[in-house]
Design a protein around this ligand. Sequence first.
Ligand code: TRH
Length: 383
Amino acid sequence: MTDTARTPPHAAPNCDLFCQVIDNYGDAGFAWRLARALHAERGWRVRLFIDRPATLASLVPALGAGAGAEGLESGFTAQSVDGVEVLPWDRALAARPAGIVIEAFGCRLPDTYLERMAAEAAPRAWINLEYLSAEPWVRGCHALPSPHPRLPLTKHFFFPGFEVGTGGVLIERGLEQERLAFRADPAERATTLGALGADPRAPFTVFLFCYPSAPLAALAQALAASPQPSQWLLAPGAAREFASLAPPQARCVALPFVPQADFDRLLWSVDLALVRGEDSFVRAQLAAVPFVWQAYPQAEGAHLAKLEAFARRYADGLSPAPAAAWLGFSRAWNEGTMSSATWDALRASLPELAKHADSWRSRLASLGSLADALGSFAEARLK
Ligand code: TRH
């Protein structure tokens, strides 16, 4: 698709997806996941405009292979990967708008692009895809229209979520079959862990991906008080600090940043996942493994409200002791405190948490995939 491409009648919809990287990997990671799904599953022709292609290249190594981070930041022009055209943000300044325009997480579209959108005669869909939250107000705001104050354009809010009446979460077609096949074959797990330098025979393996505020020293102390051996797979970044704090019975393995295409297999291989942000949080749920979520820290503790809202939903259906253990650990992990009792209670609850993880995954799957919900919502606006 070029900048001047038009959508012929009855052709697959064109979509422009915009992503500005605020911080970390989640914005780019989710935008990429969505772009791929809309192309592969709905047949859309997707252009992804992104301001930091180098961040995306950490997740998608085929992007700019050989260009290096500097080349991706300054000299990147365009590249098609998995059928998605990835473009630097500035290319939108002169692009002819697609019929469906999605701004991820409220990133502001260039004014010139908006003006060209308004000048187009054909019906179009303009969607602001919001952050994921389990808070009850989300359902009431999902799909609401917001007319532009000056131009004849209407934007619609689209909220991912955990209940009927929201957009759900993104679940790629075939993901569950792939996961079940992986879980049925121990050699797959052994290969995955072995390739990362981890020991597949370790009795208890934890994936650790966290923000700097996680109480790593206190967790290490809690582990020191327990003789049970464990293996800790440390994602790049803050989690790596754990290697210098952990007691000898907690073997630490420093992981490389694995491509997004391999990330699920990593999660499918562990007994417990400590995840963060939004995307690894959802992937851990789809992996159906016990997990604890560290919410992206926000001003005035807004993230703690998000944690509580999610926890209320997630803990529903657990017996009282595992519910208390999971809630206690989740709160401690997010508030920066931790004790041996909190860790011990979580560990003792893992068998029930593993069963619960399975039924929670089924509940999420019953909502359908966000790519389909968003796809149908946007396509309906083109008629
Ligand atoms: O990187 P994050 O902290 O991103 C966050 C959140 O999205 C948050 O909501 C947002 O507001 C903030 O950024 C600005 O955590 P998250 O969301 O889990 O994203 C990490 C992505 O990186 C996810 O797509 C999984 C992927 N990943 C890999 O592909 N390989 C890896 O080795 C690791 C550790 C992560």
